[in-house]
Design a protein around this ligand. Structure first.
Ligand code: B12
Ligand code: SF4
Ligand code: SF4
Length: 287
């Protein structure tokens, strides 16, 4: 897959994934929803394998007011492009099957992190993020369902060894979203609050004010010992032409249409200009 630019990929069986279903039910998911997320054939009827792939995006940590994950091009678009190239390659190699595929990047009933772990590509940290040697936690995950046979032997998901004696992420989390019992409260995650539209409640403002990023939150990744001394990604979409900061002066006066023309290929733009301007009023958001 190196010729396509995908350095970590696995072809998993089509499921259903009973342990995932149980995990989601234990997290109070409604039974029918948990079943759907654990059963890839809901999405693609003739699915025969789940392709899971990692896309590293680390490109340094220069000070700026955007999270590291949204400084390059919008990963939803980039991953779709890589999967299209992969499909093209598979179509050329396997001419005897008419390939059906369904690409999922943060869309559809798919738990990307579960598949990446089962494919042996990464392990879980206490902060919920997945980690892989050399990439730390700074990678995206894409999933593509296809009607081609699977190749990869499954691996039991596990927690990274470095987490045994460490709780730095839990102690530093500005929202108190990471719990000692291993659960996670997404409502209290600062990343979610920066992406929320409309008026914020006082308690949400309090969480927002604890850090200066106006989109996303990197605290639990920055403090992590597994994220030290990383090499920059080889993927040009995340390494080049990065935007690390946006200011009020740049945003004010732009129509929503002009805003989309300038920033529409960036993940931080998907909630619109108003949300960014609101967040710029927080502690240090302005450069
Ligand atoms: C909704 C969402 C959010 C919500 C949170 C929802 C949630 N409950 O986690 C919000 C907006 C808060 C969010 C924030 C972020 N997100 Co987000 N998010 C998603 C999305 C779309 C769905 C996640 C979801 O609801 N999962 C349901 C929960 C139950 O499962 P999970 O946490 O994904 O997976 C866990 C289980 O599989 C579990 N598990 C199951 N069995 C077992 C067994 C064992 C032994 C163990 C140890 C674990 C385990 O371990 C996994 C990790 O905890 C995914 C993309 C996708 N479709 O999967 C991206 C995704 C998870 N996000 C991602 C990113 C990058 C982020 C941010 C870092 C962005 C930022 N810098 O601000 C933060 C990190 C917050 C954090 N600490 O997790 C990446 C994660 C990449 C990685 N290396 O892990 C994903 C995969 C997007 C992508 N396509 O790459 N996110
Ligand atoms: S900060 Fe510590 S506990 Fe948290 S993910 Fe990193 S190593 Fe694990
Ligand atoms: S992204 Fe920020 S708020 Fe969310 S869990 Fe990590 S440190 Fe906490």
């Amino acid at each position: 897959m190196n010729s396509i630019g995908i350095e970590a990929v696995a072809f998993l069986p089509p499921g259903p994934y009973e342990k995932l279903e149980q995990f989601l039910r234990d997290r109070q998911w409604e039974p029918e929803r948990a079943k759907q997320y654990a059963t890839p054939s809901y999405l693609l009827e003739d699915v025969r394998s789940v392709i899971t792939a990692l896309f590293p995006y680390y490109a340094g940590e220069e000070a700026g007011n955007l999270s590291l994950y949204c400084r390059g091009r919008d990963y939803h678009r980039v991953i779709k492009e890589y999967f299209e190239r992969l499909l093209h390659f598979l179509n050329q190699e396997i001419s005897e099957v008419e390939i059906h595929a369904r690409v999922c990047v943060d869309t559809g009933p798919v738990i990307d992190r579960y598949f990446a772990m089962r494919g042996g590509l990464a392990e879980a940290g206490r902060n919920n993020l997945l980690y892989r040697k050399g990439m730390g936690s700074y990678f995206f995950i894409g999933s593509m369902l296809v009607n081609l046979p699977f190749l990869t032997e499954e691996v039991e998901p596990q927690m990274a060894a470095a987490c045994r004696e460490c709780e730095r992420c839990i102690r530093s989390c500005p929202g108190g979203a990471l719990k000692r019992d291993g659960t996670f409260d997404p409502q209290r995650c600062r990343s979610a609050i920066t992406q929320k539209k409309g008026e914020l409640e006082d308690w949400e403002w309090t969480i927002l004010e604890k850090d200066s990023l106006i989109f996303g939150c990197d605290v639990c990744q920055r403090v992590c010992p597994m994220n030290q001394h990383l090499l920059p990604t080889a993927l040009p979409e995340f390494r080049e032409d990065r935007i690390i900061t946006v200011s009020k002066a740049e945003l004010e006066g732009l129509s929503e249409r002009r805003f989309q023309e300038i920033y529409g290929d960036r993940a931080f733009a998907w909630r619109g200009k108003k949300v960014l301007l609101r967040n710029l009023n927080i502690n240090g958001g302005e450069e």
